[in-house]
Design a protein around this ligand. Structure first.
Ligand code: DAH
Length: 339
């Protein structure tokens, strides 16, 4: 084959290979293939010796041009590949503004629930759960709230078509737990409850409670008071003042409500405490022996106490939230404030 055809072939091959290369490693291979001491260009040079001496200078020049062209094209390609690799690597530019990463946070109600859970688990309570859709037996009957009992009016119930109810309180968890476990019992049971009430700043069709239940021999009302006072101190601080007021619940006897002293300094203190300075935070009492009978516990041996805390109310007090509906809107500008 004549040398000019070979030169054209090498030139065409190079043009084709360089056009598709896109990494420095492949570029190195091409450089080796064409420009190394035993490369394609060098072997063309060695063929000059076979030419007539008259032809040698002409093809010598052509080959020098080819070598120069290949060298230049390769070095131009090196710089385009390295600069585009740099961009892809996102190489650090310290002058750019930082990236904002939004960290999530727990919902304020979840936060209060875990805070209360840790207060009680520290002193030996464990956590249990009851169902949100339940039968009349667990939500009412076994808790000593028979049909037509006026106490059913205290809790406007959502009834389902199949006769089940959306639980109106977490007290149903007491019955589930006692039927499935033997005493002694020391549990808290957090969860959602539902009531068919008019929606307002103070009430919503669903809210959250934490139920407490302690059952053993010789449990007294003073045990109940000391545990709830400990709870109030942990939640509101050591100098919190509490008081117990007699109350009525069908499943406890005697029953009480616990208030904490909130103060009467500001207009909002007066408003939320209705001018008394005191705020009710929970209902409680000694488990009524009829409830023990309903779960086949020996009411002549056992005593126990129970309590129920409204979570939204506590969260509203702790964080100064005025409208209960804020909790359920899912607006992260609101929920994001409680990190
Ligand atoms: N279940 C009651 C309610 O929703 C709250 C309550 C009161 C729970 C006294 C108790 C209790 O366990 O002892 O209004």
């Amino acid at each position: 084959m004549k040398i000019d055809i070979k030169i054209n072939e090498v030139n065409d091959k190079f043009n084709q290979e360089i056009s598709i290369v896109n990494s420095i490693e492949d570029l190195e291979k091409i450089k080796n293939k064409y420009l190394s001491r035993k490369g394609l260009v060098a072997s063309l040079f060695s063929e000059l010796a076979n030419l007539d001496s008259a032809e040698r200078p002409k093809f010598g020049n052509i080959l020098n041009d080819l070598k120069l062209k290949i060298t230049n094209v390769i070095s131009a390609k090196v710089s385009t590949i390295t600069s585009s690799e740099k961009q892809n690597n996102n190489s650090l530019d310290v002058t750019l503004p930082g990236k904002i990463t939004n960290t999530g946070c727990v919902h304020p109600l979840t936060k209060v629930i875990s805070q209360i859970e840790s207060i009680f688990t520290k002193i030996g309570f464990s956590i249990a759960y009851g169902p949100e859709v339940d039968s009349d037996f667990f939500n009412f009957e076994a808790l000593n709230i028979p049909k037509h009992h006026p106490a059913r009016d205290m809790q406007d119930t959502f009834y389902l078509n199949d006769g089940h109810v959306l639980r109106t309180h977490t007290s149903n968890s007491q019955i589930h737990f006692m039927l499935n476990n033997k005493p002694p019992i020391r549990i808290i049971a957090p969860g959602r409850v539902y009531r068919n009430e008019d929606v307002s700043v103070r009430s919503y069709c669903l809210f959250h409670q934490i139920e407490g239940l302690y059952v053993d021999e010789n449990v007294t009302f003073s045990d109940l008071k000391s545990v709830l006072n400990y709870f109030a101190r942990e939640l509101f601080g050591n100098d919190v003042k509490t008081r117990f007021r007699p109350s009525y619940f069908p499943f406890t006897e005697p029953s009480a409500e616990m208030d904490v002293y909130w103060g009467l300094e500001s207009e909002s203190d007066k408003r939320i405490t209705k001018g008394t300075g005191w705020l009710e935070i929970l209902g409680c009492g000694m488990v009524d022996p009829k409830v023990f009978n309903n779960v086949d516990y020996d009411a002549s041996k056992l005593t126990g106490y129970a309590f129920g805390v409204g979570i939204e109310r506590i969260a509203m007090l702790l964080y100064g939230i005025e409208d209960i509906r804020e909790f359920y809107k899912g607006d992260i500008r609101f929920t994001g404030q409680f990190k």
